[in-house]
Design a protein around this ligand. Structure first.
Ligand code: SF4
Length: 92
């Protein structure tokens, strides 16, 4: 089974009113941005043509990798989603 198929099998209960991860993608060095682009197992970080870092918390696996890779330099807030929200793993 491909990674995309495994990720697609998960259920995501996205809390649109309260993002559990907030980043500052405006003034990120390319080096820091690429850590997140390459490090997020769900591929939620993308480097835009204008050099800004884009992020969508929907689809987050709650692994904490982004928090470890960049600390507070990019990731301004990291917490688990509120009760009954977030990822529900279907493939172990
Ligand atoms: S916690 Fe993991 S899956 Fe979620 S955004 Fe960070 S690196 Fe990606």
């Amino acid at each position: 089974m491909k990674l995309e198929e495994r990720l697609g099998a998960n259920k995501y209960y996205v809390d649109e009113t309260c993002p559990h991860i907030i980043i500052d993608g405006e003034s990120v060095s390319r080096e820091e941005a690429m850590k997140l682009v390459n490090g997020c197992p769900a591929g939620l970080y993308t480097l835009q043509e204008d050099g800004k870092l884009a992020f969508d918390f929907a689809g987050c696996l709650e692994c904490g990798t982004c928090r470890v890779l960049c600390g507070h330099s990019v990731v301004k807030t990291w917490k688990y989603p509120r009760n009954a929200k977030g990822v529900e793993f279907r493939q172990g």
